[in-house]
Design a protein around this ligand. Structure first.
Ligand code: ADP
Ligand code: ADP
Ligand code: MG
Length: 666
């Protein structure tokens, strides 16, 4: 085994690899850009080497700098993580030439699988079922239309060099095929510097189900079962799980065997993933193979009990796999959610800034199942626009799917993030939906369930009572403390019942609250004598307790007036006041809605990709105005109100700063 390993990556995956190395007694070196100088990975690694300024092209993608760092530190092997150089055959070859082990498969396997057209040919030859289509390069839009009609609409137009959901278009007719060919080709050219396009059948109501494989340098390959990753937004995974709620043992076995056959065909000698698209009849088709560790590998680890990074290190060092297919056992169910620095309420725009608060839930058993947190950030970190917006992964394992989901919901309730926007309310909303719990997933799930974007969920009656109880307890506690401090009431645990009014979402509820040492007894309009038990103390943002014996947690954020309370995807401003104050408020004129302004500004620094509107154009709220690229994502900026465009201040190709003027309305 190696004694020193370098990690050529950043963020949570760098930390993930360091943890396993530390457990195995392997020394670690991490490389970092200036943006990551104070990062958790740098702090945890035994050694850290600066490799350049923040842009990835000048740091994490610069092969020469990384090779220099390997030599300077004497690392014997490099783990590439995912993204960056993980699937770059030139990088693997350079390491080989330097006598350094690449913790990944052989170069020929990377090359064979790195190209979608080439890999589909290898797969078809290995007896793997591939998506029906034209396995070859399409010359022009005319040929695209002809081939699309032969395959039969709908079709998927794809970049052969594609990845990360880019360079991909669905076409339902000839016109869309023509347009889709052009736009996929443009996107592929700019994203991958490779404009080769092919076309395959678009599988309807598809599920994305992938098989984890593991091979060694001695001819053994096993699979570690499947992961279902159908919950995607714009072809990028958001929630993953293992096993899949859809597969039966026969289909699972057939998919596993085909994945192993494909891996064996390229002498696969590391951890890798064979991705399939599965239709509603459980027919499955090969999509692509990712020749690296996958973001969502924790769910496979949780159901198999294996450490995939350890397995990768062992096989890279030349060890034989110690397990045969029959030794691979599955236990329980695991779910993973990806925590992104993005604003779900504003079209999932990336959110950058300082993480003034970052407190993940505790790892270990949370009463429903076991929680695992993979993250590369700590409180106080700056989230920059240079890299992927994923800041953490939250995974839970339960005896069955329901337990894993319950554990996830409970863990999300405790995830305390402030300073930037994050997608935890959205993740809670999805995990709480009946359709999700029923396992009725397809890759269109998010688009179908949230056609107009995400605007939060309306809390159910019990959740609403929990939210009010927390706000009332916090408010009444604060009022009593203040009164005691000024000597207005005697210091005693008076169990006095007081009348209050809770105002929320335009509604009002008359409640009574009697605080005691263990919590409070609260009369709600429809639930008299509800019992709240809590250890909460003023100043804590996570409010945990039990309401009528049901444990709950929520985020309680003091606002200018009242509290912003977040739970299970619901977000409400709750104001608790005296009945008299509530009456006075009611007699005050309604506040006029704030003018959303005549100016549309860029929510983050980025690059203007395209502008969809022109001067004088009539715009309806919600209409797309322009696309700004940041954090490797294209973000659609939409109109927040109706209006007529007076001036367009941004042109495609322009770099814009945060808050820079993009469009002015009349
Ligand atoms: P797929 O390529 O099929 O979407 P994954 O879902 O496993 O596979 O995603 C891998 C992606 O993770 C990379 O393509 C990249 O966009 C992203 N990524 C790369 N490096 C990092 C990183 N350090 N932290 C978080 N995400 C990263
Ligand atoms: P990438 O390299 O970007 O990960 P993939 O080929 O793995 O590209 O496709 C990404 C996603 O796009 C899949 O998970 C699936 O949701 C969707 N997709 C790809 N090909 C098809 C297809 N032929 N039919 C339906 N959906 C598809
Ligand atoms: Mg993929």
């Amino acid at each position: 085994m190696f004694s020193k390993v370098m990690i050529a990556n950043r963020g949570e995956i760098a930390v993930r690899v360091i943890k396993t190395c530390a457990r195995l007694g392997i020394k670690t070196v991490v490389v970092y850009s200036d943006a990551d100088a104070g990062s958790l990975a740098v702090e945890m690694a035994d050694e850290a080497v600066r490799i350049g300024p923040p842009p990835a092209a000048e740091s994490y993608l610069d092969i020469d700098k990384i090779i220099a760092a390997v030599k300077a530190t004497g690392a014997e092997a490099v783990h590439p993580g995912f993204g960056f150089l993980s699937e770059n055959p030139k990088f693997a070859e350079r390491l080989k030439a330097e006598g350094v082990a690449f913790v990944g498969p052989n170069t020929a396997a990377i090359e064979a699988m790195g190209d979608k057209i080439a890999s589909k040919k290898v797969a078809a030859d290995a007896g793997v079922s591939v998506v029906p289509g034209h396995i070859g390069e399409i010359a022009d839009a005319g040929e695209a239309v002809k081939i699309a009609s032969e395959i039969g609409f709908p079709v998927m137009i794809k970049a052969s060099a594609g990845g990360g959901g880019k360079g991909m278009r669905v076409a339902w007719d000839a016109k869309e095929a023509k347009e889709g060919f052009q736009s996929a080709r443009n996107e592929a050219k700019s994203a991958f510097g490779d404009e080769r396009i092919f076309i395959e059948k678009f599988i309807e109501q598809p599920r994305h189900i992938e098989i984890q494989v593991l091979g060694d340098k001695h001819g053994s390959v096993v699979h570690l079962g499947e992961r279902e990753c159908s919950i995607q937004r714009r072809n990028q995974k958001v929630i993953e799980e293992a096993p899949s709620p859809f597969l039966d043992s026969k289909t699972r076995k057939a998919m596993g065997e085909q994945a192993v056959a494909l891996a064996a065909a390229v002498d696969y000698d590391s951890a890798g993933t064979v991705e399939f698209i599965v239709d509603k009849e459980k027919r499955f088709y090969f999509l692509e193979m990712n020749t690296r560790l996958q973001v969502e590998h924790p769910v496979s680890e949780m159901i198999t009990g294996l450490d995939l990074v350890e397995q990768m290190l062992r096989v890279a060092a030349g060890e034989k796999l110690k397990l045969a297919q029959k030794d691979v056992k599955f236990d329980g169910w695991a779910v993973e959610t990806r925590i992104y620095a993005e604003d779900p309420y504003r079209g999932f725009l990336p959110s950058i800034g300082r993480l003034s608060r970052f407190r993940p839930p505790a790892e270990g058993d949370n009463g429903f199942g076991v929680v695992r947190v993979d993250t590369g950030v700590v409180e106080g970190d700056q989230i920059s626009l240079f890299y992927d917006p994923m800041i953490a992964k939250l995974a839970t394992h339960g005896d069955d799917r329901a337990a894993a989901i319950d554990s996830m919901l409970a863990a999300l309730d405790l995830f305390d993030i402030a300073g930037i926007q994050d997608n935890t309310p959205f993740l809670s909303a999805v995990c709480g939906q009946k359709r999700f719990r029923d396992g009725a997933l397809t890759t269109g799930y998010i688009a179908e369930e949230f056609p107009d974007g995400f605007s939060g969920v309306a809390p159910g009656a019990l959740d609403r009572r929990m939210m009010i109880a927390a706000a009332a307890f916090a408010h009444v506690t604060a009022v009593r403390r203040a009164a005691r401090a000024t000597g207005a009431v005697a210091v005693s645990h008076d169990l006095e019942r007081e009348d209050w009014v809770a105002l929320f979402n335009g509604e009002r509820a008359a409640i009574t609250v009697a605080i005691d040492e263990l919590g409070a007894t609260i009369d709600f309009p429809k639930r008299r004598g509800a019992r709240l038990e809590t250890q909460w103390r003023p100043g804590e943002r996570v409010f945990s307790g039990e309401l009528d014996g049901v444990p709950f947690s929520l985020i309680l954020d003091p606002a200018n007036e009242g509290y912003d309370v977040r739970r299970r995807g619901a977000r409400e401003r709750i104001i608790v006041c005296r009945p008299r104050a509530a009456e006075l408020r009611a007699s005050l004129p309604e506040k006029v809605a704030a003018d959303t302004g005549k100016f549309v500004t860029s929510p983050m620094p980025g690059l203007v990709v395209s502008v969809a509107v022109a001067e004088g154009q009539d715009i309806k709220a919600g209409e797309a105005l322009l696309v700004v690229e940041a954090m490797k994502m294209e973000n659609v900026i939409r109109a927040e109100r109706d209006g007529v465009v007076k001036a367009v201040a941004a042109a495609p190709g322009a770099s814009v700063a945060a808050d820079e003027l993009l469009i002015e309305f009349e």
